[in-house]
Design a protein around this ligand. Structure first.
Ligand code: ATP
Ligand code: MG
Length: 415
């Protein structure tokens, strides 16, 4: 992608109406724009990051055997009356011109339960796990955390259906491991802890995946030895870890990047969703649900990985692999060299953002490159041309070296 043609621009100034670091960097870097509090537009750069995150989550969810589908965002209110959730305060209400009452989907238990019910009658039809990556709407009271807390946001939500507790537990444990792998691959594994939390109305416990950062709205107590944590809301009196008895907790602010929930029979009971077991008896289906907010994950990555100059994307979710910066000024040889190199990288299938802008100084290009935060900054100038190479600068370690073109191509296509 030629930066001269890229839709969206970097800006120097901190946006006046943003306090959250993720929103400040993402807006300054040309990744997102705010429509109004809690609602954001994703520009091409931000959309690329979102798609990387989506692909990563999809790969991991498919590997658990869950099947992807797509459910509607418009829901009949009557389904929520049936489950007793019609009064929850985050629901956006609307209606058809004929008067039929609707809500905008804030989660999908009310839709997916009757859907799966249509296809399940016997224990032979179970287990089933389905998921989607889709927009949710929640009338959140506070929306000051940038893309961490949207009033409209994309969520991966998975729902599983089982004949018994044992089979549910098997899938739940698999999801726990899968979630940790997703957060590791997204570059926040070190900062993210499996956290016991309250189970709301459905069951005693649920599990959250909490990422330590000062931007967090939650407080967790971490046992470094067991690599698990407890949410402050359920901690009660204990100041030692139940896992390794005796070790002190470390307390930290954190963001909930994911949440997995045993739903038990709460929704199957509401819809009368039963199946016939192998003895011919009718039993309610056991359910679980598993959510990750894609925007929240993207914002969390920014909160964890930045410095005063801008974002430092983990390679797995960066909008491009290489940021090629040419400093040709008046020198057409440098320009030609950079153009050829850009074409070569594209031909090798490398994703490149190419700063080919003629109206920007070297200083401005470097500042923008640090703000955008692609790991491999690759600079072509008169100086590097004289050495018949490119200058490679790592965004994270800030290490620089001049290497031969072929050597860089080799490195980038094999690592
Ligand atoms: P919170 O406690 O932060 O309000 P929640 O417990 O209501 O979140 P869930 O219903 O468990 O959230 O949603 C599953 C996941 O969806 C969360 O773990 C989070 O990653 C994401 N998520 C929830 N609410 C939002 C939001 N308003 N904006 C962006 N992502 C969200
Ligand atoms: Mg939650």
């Amino acid at each position: 992608m030629r930066q001269s043609k890229l839709f969206g621009k970097t800006v120097r100034e901190v946006p006046k109406d943003e306090v959250a670091k993720n929103a400040i960097f993402l807006e300054r870097g040309g990744f997102v724009q705010k429509t109004f509090a809690g609602v954001y537009e994703f520009l091409p750069l931000g959309f690329r990051v979102l798609k990387k995150i989506e692909t990563l989550i999809r790969e991991e969810m498919n590997a658990t055997g869950a099947q992807e589908l797509l459910l509607p965002a418009l829901h009949p209110l009557e389904n929520y009356i049936q489950t007793g959730r019609a009064e929850i305060d985050v629901l956006f209400h609307t209606e058809l011109s004929g008067g039929k009452k609707l809500v905008l989907g804030q989660s999908h238990e009310e839709i997916v339960t009757p859907l799966v019910q249509k296809f399940v009658s016997s224990y032979r039809d179970l287990p089933i796990a389905v998921y989607q990556i889709q927009t949710k709407f929640r009338n959140e009271l506070r929306a000051k955390s940038g893309i961490l807390r949207g009033r409209e946001f994309i969520m991966k939500d998975c729902y599983s259906f089982h004949a018994d507790e044992k089979d549910f537990e098997r899938f739940y444990e698999l999801q726990k491991k899968t979630y940790m792998r997703i957060f590791q691959r997204a570059g926040i594994g070190e900062q993210t802890f499996l956290t016991s939390a309250s189970g709301g109305t459905f069951s005693k416990y649920s599990h959250e995946f909490q990422t330590i950062t000062d931007a967090g709205e939650d407080i967790i107590h971490i046992c470094e030895a067991c690599k698990i944590a407890i949410n402050d809301e359920i901690r009660h009196e204990t100041s030692v870890c139940p896992g390794c008895a005796g070790k002190e907790f470390r307390t930290a602010k954190s963001i909930e990047v994911g949440n997995i929930f045993p739903l038990k029979t709460k929704f199957s009971d509401a819809f009368g969703f039963t199946f016939q077991d192998d003895q011919g008896a009718k039993r309610p289906v056991i359910m679980g649900c598993y959510g990750i907010g894609l925007g929240r994950l993207m914002g969390t990555i920014v909160e964890v990985h930045h410095d005063d100059k801008g974002i430092i994307w983990p390679e797995s979710v960066a909008p491009f692999r290489v940021h090629l910066v040419e400093l040709s000024t008046q020198d057409s040889k440098v320009k030609k060299y950079a153009e050829d190199f850009y074409e070569l990288l594209l031909a090798k299938g490398v994703e490149v953002l190419y700063d080919d802008r003629d109206d920007k100084s070297a200083g401005e290009k470097f500042t923008d490159s640090d703000l955008i935060g692609i790991q491999w900054q690759c600079i072509i100038s008169e100086k590097t041309l004289a050495q018949d190479g490119v200058e490679i600068k790592r965004r994270d370690t800030r290490q620089r070296e001049v290497v031969a073109l072929a050597q860089f191509v080799e490195k980038i296509t094999t690592s």
